[in-house]
Design a protein around this ligand. Structure first.
Ligand code: G16
Length: 545
């Protein structure tokens, strides 16, 4: 590395000293912590992003400032690779190292070694697009990221403003494919493909009723307000936009609704029977729900990521069946995590689909979904998308020419092509996921209640336990069994045996300082009781904080 380059990093890093006694790790979805602790980390991720761009022939890389579902005082930073996917996991150890380097000299030395090892030529200049959600700390952190990016001499930082995380991923992907890549292009793409799918609905099945959206007091509701203006055939009432004094993710949003199974703030008896949906803080997660009756209090019927996945699988399978023998040769597969409700897995298997499991974190699911012609991945928390392989897409486009326009086969192929345009190919995206759910419900002529009847969830419960050191929990690769602390898995197994259809596991969270517990059983009472006893085990093996 040239002397001028070393001097540039030494100088800028003086501005961002590392806070005392904080050890950060790249985690499930980038670095996350209390926002007051993050400036040095974000600055250093800025440097990493420039190097990543340089490594990949100056392709554009994305840097997103968000802590998604975490509380508003937290923030975080994650990197989008030029493909629009998550940062290559091979670079995560380097991210951890530089984030924790204790002095400017150590930082420079780590960067120098890495640049040599990876054979990165700094002279060319990289390009990094910086986005942020609506958190008040976002702007200050974005400035730190800019300085980090520019401290790699010749690299350019482009502030693309307040965005949802999936918008930034989509824009980065489009930019590197040489396509139009502004936020307006993102909206235009959604509107065009949604309209195309609407136009392909057999008229007699059309049903439009109002959807009520909980925007988690974050960026997603605000973006939906813009998108709504361009759409016909969709009537959305948006609540919790963050403009009416509500706090981001507090008593609202997809994470809250999915974990607590109760209505978010701003919803109540007036909404009984209505089709409702929730985004999370940066709009990469989507869940649906409805209030079954006034007597249910604040409890909701939840349609989580598993139900969304099942609806998507059903629709795609229907189109492939219409195409006939050739369509049936498409390898359609599903990727889930240990959190997937057992009933959903049975349902997709009964449909004849291949199901594979991955570790929590979309970066793990995405990788496995890419192995299929059409790979649908969803976490139960509502984070997921559908990936179409290049090969299968060009096959579809070819078939569009072969089949006569207006024929059933032509329509089926056109629907699949439109789905591939509508649904974000880079990462799970609540906005595009919502549009696809809505158009499929209209296509089927289904209400949210009818959709919910696809299968009945096994009762489940999730709890989190605060412990002094969550890293003391080590699990198997699919996170279904705990390897450490020694003996805890035997104790969990003994609890599970007490319940009919009992299933439970623990794992350290990658985004919060907690250990998560998941339990399933044949009744809600049993699922709650199993979750609580496993949580007690966690406390007795790890201590409580
Ligand atoms: C992130 C990841 C998700 C993951 C979630 C929970 O979500 O993107 O894939 O499921 O964290 O992770 P953990 O249980 O490890 O805390 P988000 O929406 O917060 O970015």
């Amino acid at each position: 590395m040239e002397e001028t380059q070393i001097a540039s990093i030494l100088k800028s890093s003086e501005l961002y000293p590392i806070p005392q006694s904080v050890k950060l790790s790249y985690g499930t979805a980038g670095f996350r912590a209390d926002a007051s602790l993050l400036e040095s980390t974000v600055y250093r991720v800025g440097i990493l992003s420039s190097l990543r761009s340089l490594k990949l022939k100056s392709s554009t890389v994305g840097l997103m400032i968000t802590a998604s579902h975490n509380k508003v005082s937290d923030n975080g930073v994650k990197v989008s690779d030029p493909s629009g996917g998550m940062l290559s996991q091979e670079w995560e150890p380097f991210a951890d190292q530089i984030a924790n380097a204790s002095s400017p000299q150590e930082l420079v030395s780590l960067i120098k070694d890495f640049v040599e090892r990876e054979e990165i030529a700094i002279e060319k200049g990289g390009e990094v697009w910086l986005g942020r959600d609506t958190r008040p700390s976002g702007e200050r952190l974005l400035r730190a990221a800019e300085i980090g990016v520019r401290s790699v001499l010749g690299s350019v930082a482009v502030d693309v403003g307040v965005l949802t995380t999936p918008q930034l991923h989509w824009m980065v992907r489009a930019k590197n494919k040489g396509l139009n890549a502004t936020e307006s292009d993102y909206f235009e793409n959604l509107v065009t493909s949604f309209k195309c799918l609407i136009d392909l609905i057999p008229i007699n099945k059309l049903e439009i009723s109002t959807l009520v959206l909980d925007g988690a007091n974050g960026v997603g509701g605000q973006k939906m307000e813009v998108l709504r203006g361009y759409l016909s055939n969709l009537d959305v009432e948006i609540r919790n936009t963050g403009r009416d004094g509500g706090v981001l993710n507090e008593g609202v949003g997809a994470d809250f609704v999915q974990k607590e199974k109760v209505v978010p703030l701003g919803f109540g008896v007036k909404d009984v029977g209505m089709r409702c949906a929730s985004f999370d803080g940066d709009a990469d997660r989507l869940v649906y729900f409805y209030i079954p009756s006034e007597s249910c209090g604040d409890k909701v019927e939840l349609l989580d990521g598993d139900k969304i996945l099942s609806l998507f699988a059903l629709f795609i399978k229907e189109q492939l069946n219409i195409i006939g023998d050739e369509g049936k040769q498409c390898r359609l597969g599903v990727v889930q995590t240990a959190y997937a409700n057992g009933a959903s897995t049975d349902y997709v298997k009964e449909m004849g689909l291949e199901v594979v499991f991955a570790k929590t974190g979309v970066k793990h699911l995405h990788e496995k979904a890419e192995e299929f012609d059409v790979g649908i991945y969803f976490e139960a928390n509502g984070h997921g998308t559908i990936l179409f392989s290049e090969y299968f897409l060009s096959w579809l486009v070819g078939k569009q020419k072969d089949y006569s326009e207006g024929s059933d086969k032509h329509n089926a192929v056109s629907r699949l092509v439109a789905v591939s345009n509508l649904i974000n190919q880079a990462v799970g995206d609540a906005l595009s996921g919502l549009l696809l759910v809505e158009v499929i419900l209209q296509h089927m002529g289904w209400s949210v209640q009818k959709w919910n009847e696809l299968y009945k969830d096994l009762p489940s419960r999730q709890v989190k336990v605060e412990v002094p050191d969550r890293t003391a929990v080590v699990t198997t690769s699919e996170e279904t069994e705990a390897l450490k602390p020694l003996g805890i898995q035997d104790a969990i197994n003994a609890e599970i045996k007490k319940y009919q259809h009992g299933r439970a596991f623990i794992r350290p969270s990658g985004t919060e300082d907690v250990v998560r517990v998941y339990a399933e059983a044949s009744t809600q009472e049993d699922a709650d009781s199993l979750a609580n006893s496993v949580a007690q085990l966690v406390k007795s093996f790890l201590g409580s904080s």
